[in-house]
Design a protein around this ligand. Structure first.
Ligand SMILES: [Zn+2]
Ligand SMILES: [Zn+2]
Length: 120
């Protein structure tokens, strides 16, 4: 339980979209005895109970994020993720489709400044 709370705390305090392994290394600095499997288990629970958000991108390990409503800019070269706060389009979707949706996950593709620099 202690780990679960700590993991949630780290995710909520971070803008980095951490992978399980990155979370593991952060946790290990505080609790040297923690093992990676524990981190995976706790992340699974936190995700199942809706306390964290999971970002899955093709070819990248899953990353974890806070649940506060926001969307993502995703670099199509390196997979870097940054947060973008847009107005909620739930109502628009529901009006147009006539169905009640659960949630939506907007990923906006772009090329990040780093990759742009490298391409030059
Ligand atoms: Zn990039
Ligand atoms: Zn985010």
């Amino acid at each position: 339980m202690r780990y679960e709370e700590k993991i949630l705390e780290i995710i909520n305090a971070s803008n980095e979209h951490l992978t399980a392994e990155q979370l593991f290394f952060k946790l290990k600095q505080m609790y040297p005895r923690v093992v990676l499997a524990t981190v995976y288990n706790n992340l699974g629970n936190l995700h199942k109970t809706g306390k964290i958000r999971k970002i899955s991108l093709e070819g990248c390990p899953d990353r974890f994020d806070k649940t506060v409503k926001h969307d993502h800019l995703v670099c199509r070269e390196c997979g870097a993720i940054s947060d973008v706060f847009l107005s909620d389009i739930t109502e628009d979707i529901e009006k147009q489709t006539g169905i009640i949706i659960d949630s939506y996950d907007l990923k906006i593709s772009y090329i990040c400044p780093e990759c742009k620099k490298q391409a030059q």
